[in-house]
Design a protein around this ligand. Sequence first.
Ligand SMILES: [Zn+2]
Length: 306
Amino acid sequence: MFKRVTVLVLILGLFAACQAEVQVIDKPKIMVSLFPQYDIIRQIAQDKVDVEFFLPAGVEPHNYEPSASTLMRIVEADLLVYTSEGLEPWVKRLVEGNALEGLVLLDASQGISLIEADHEHEDDEEEEAEFDPHYWLDPLNMIIMSESILNALIEIDPENEVFYTTNAEAYIASLNDLDASWKDLFERSALNQIIYGGHFAFGYLSHRFGLEILSPYSGYAPDAEPSAQALAGLMDVLKEKDIHVIFYEELIDPRVARIIAEQAQVEIEVLHGAHNLSVEDMQAGWTYISIMEDNIAKLKEALRYE
Ligand SMILES: [Zn+2]
């Protein structure tokens, strides 16, 4: 009798172990290359998918190339969500060089009206994308991205359609609230100019709300060096407009912003473009929406929101 019970427990235990293993294997595997899209996936799919955000924490996405082992995991996944061929030219090579059976590819820029690269900010030395790649900085584009991601999730995992749709609706509602906060900021602010010691990432906000961004940089590439002339021009604007804060971008040492701020004796603050998070911010649970709420709070001070 005792022996029988033991055997039965063992069998049940094995059965449970197998089931647990099967469940893990069964989760759709998603590979994603940029933080905003990763955040949308985790808000909508939660624990129903196995998602890997493969841009390493703290790494800037411009000029990033996935390693051979990452490419291998992409090929074996069910869904790849990427930003655009402009920002991620390796996607084109991956598609051309592999059969990619069973992999759904989602270009997250699909359905979005991309704005042309600002020619004033074009950099002669580097090959520039024809379109400004930072479309995720307009919350209305985040809504379009959420809808595309929802459709892709339903395509690879139709069983959880109701779950995904419910979460997507809730997430889109909070993106609409965020959009209302951006509108309110620009409607009730006395100023519309900021000085930004970073690469030109906020073109979509600038385009939609008339925010004027003065930058010593001339292109999208964050490693470009500003000219002495551009720096001197900014110093003049600072004094003329009585600006008290210089913004800098995330993930890059704010060397240039610091130089200008020290000379002009003003504050520096990060204005986060949500390309990626640092290891600390990732662990602290930052989301696209919390990043943007923080940006709005800082801009309220800088633009003299009433
Ligand atoms: Zn950028």
